[in-house]
Design a protein around this ligand. Structure first.
Ligand SMILES: Cc1cc2nc3c(=O)[nH]c(=O)nc-3n(C[C@H](O)[C@H](O)[C@H](O)COP(=O)(O)OP(=O)(O)OC[C@H]3O[C@@H](n4cnc5c(N)ncnc54)[C@H](O)[C@@H]3O)c2cc1C
Ligand code: SF4
Ligand code: SF4
Length: 394
């Protein structure tokens, strides 16, 4: 009797496409011990048609072509300030709404859980703005986006590369004309269970309820971004990416989804989406006169449709980027999945017993000198590794 969709759970990206693919409604997404959602099959409903496994997009390649790369900035300063990077998503979404369409993206739901929803008004777009560094639950939105595009309504779906791959899996590989897809260069998604526990820790530390939260507060600059939580009594917690314990654990790959470490959906030139958006890290070298530390985007136009959608947004100022090597140095997630932190297992063992705390993060991220030397060697450029191998004869 089938209990899950993939026999190898670590391959499952949690996109949720299988929930809608199942003709018997036998699949539901349930959290595992690390706090990530995985499909669970109700054996009493399953007729073993195997459709879920056949359609599952995990590990399948998409050859959208050689992407054109651009540096992009939204000239509407208020939009750029409220966005994580250069405000590209809002411009693309606005253009689809203006054609009477619907936009799907990630928002904070009850208790700051992250989920995908649809919007048909400008106000509905506002909570989608800004990166939420937590895996969103997109299962229902994938199905809703499919239904709307089937009714000839223009649809923009924005999500992780694996969620967009999930949407095309639901469409059985079709790329309908009225569907525009946008993904991003993806460092990986942290566990929703860990984020919920971190918020609990913050509430306990401050003795108050959280009323708003952002992962990309730009008050200290776009490059020195920080997390900011506001409490009911008016107090605030802020911490840059090197201070806030949740951001530190995220950026050091302590609690990313297992599939993120061997992800195929983010390969350069193989994104399923029409457009891939990202932070234009390295902007100070590429376009020093343009970089005002308020946020710039890197955009890959993967398809003709993606390129046309970009052209249709007059508020997006852009510059061609020719040097992919420079981008790779500044933004490694473009070319390779993030490796798991050496203490990932240790983190989850302790997390299951005691939950999140700054002390747990500190102890997991503290490396011995030997570990540091090894990790530096592992991440050394290929040329250095070749020289080391030549010298050591291995
Ligand atoms: C988990 C995660 C990892 C990322 N890793 C990198 C990276 O390594 N390098 C890099 O350059 N950029 C990365 N980004 C992308 C970057 O942070 C910006 O989201 C992107 O550049 C878009 O910026 P913007 O100003 O155009 O739009 P914004 O207004 O910031 O729009 C954000 C868009 O992202 C979507 N979104 C937000 N959170 C999620 C989520 N949890 N799941 C799915 N969709 C979401 C929203 O629906 C919206 O469409 C990552 C984003 C996320 C969410
Ligand atoms: S379809 Fe998506 S959620 Fe279902 S098993 Fe495959 S990757 Fe996991
Ligand atoms: S790294 Fe890959 S598997 Fe992980 S969320 Fe991003 S696209 Fe999905």
């Amino acid at each position: 009797m089938r209990k899950t969709v993939r026999s190898e759970a670590s391959a499952c990206t949690g996109c949720g496409a299988c929930v809608s693919v199942c003709p018997r409604g036998a699949i539901a997404m349930k959290p595992d011990g690390e706090g990530f959602l995985y499909p669970a099959v109700d054996g009493t409903l399953c007729v073993e048609c195997d459709l879920c496994e056949k359609r599952c997009p995990a590990g399948k390649a998409h050859k959208t072509g050689n992407p054109g790369a651009f540096g992009v900035k939204n000239t509407q300063e208020d939009v750029r300030a409220a966005s994580s990077s250069g405000g590209v998503f809002s411009a693309l979404a606005g253009a689809v709404l203006a054609r009477g369409g619907a936009v799907f993206g990630a928002v904070f739901g009850d208790g700051f859980s992250v989920e995908h929803v649809g919007a048909v008004t400008k106000d509905g777009l506002l909570p989608m703005r800004g990166s939420k560094y937590v895996q969103s639950d997109a299962a229902a939105a994938l199905s809703d986006a499919c239904s709307l595009q089937a009714r000839e309504i223009p649809v923009l779906f924005s999500g992780t590369p694996c969620q967009v791959a999930g949407l095309y899996a639901l469409l059985d590989g079709r790329r309908p004309e009225n569907l525009l897809t946008v993904d991003f260069v993806c460092h990986g998604v942290p566990s929703p269970g860990v984020f919920a526990s971190y918020l609990q820790w913050l509430r306990h530390e401050h003795g108050d309820e959280i009323v708003s939260y952002t992962f990309r507060d730009k008050r200290l600059g776009w490059k020195n971004f920080s997390a900011a939580a506001r409490f009911a009594g008016g107090a605030e917690h802020t911490g840059t990416q090197t201070e806030d314990p949740f951001l530190r654990g995220f950026l050091q790959n302590l609690y990313l989804r297992p599939s993120c470490h061997s992800c195929t959906a983010l390969r350069y030139g193989e994104h399923a989406a029409d457009l891939t958006i990202a932070d234009l890290w390295g902007a100070q070298e590429l376009f020093p006169e343009w970089d005002d530390d308020r946020g710039l985007s890197l955009v890959f136009a993967n398809t003709k449709k993606g390129r046309e959608a970009l052209d249709a947004c007059p508020e997006l100022e852009r510059r061609v980027i020719a040097d992919a090597g420079r981008m790779a140095r500044a933004n490694p997630s473009i070319f390779a999945p993030a490796p798991a932190h050496a203490h990932r297992r240790r983190f989850f063992k302790a997390f299951r017993r005691k939950g999140f705390s700054d002390r747990l993060i500190e102890s997991c991220l503290r490396e011995s000198r030997a570990e540091k030397a090894l990790s530096r060697l592992r991440h050394a450029p290929a040329g250095i590794l070749r020289r080391v191998k030549r010298l050591t004869g291995r």
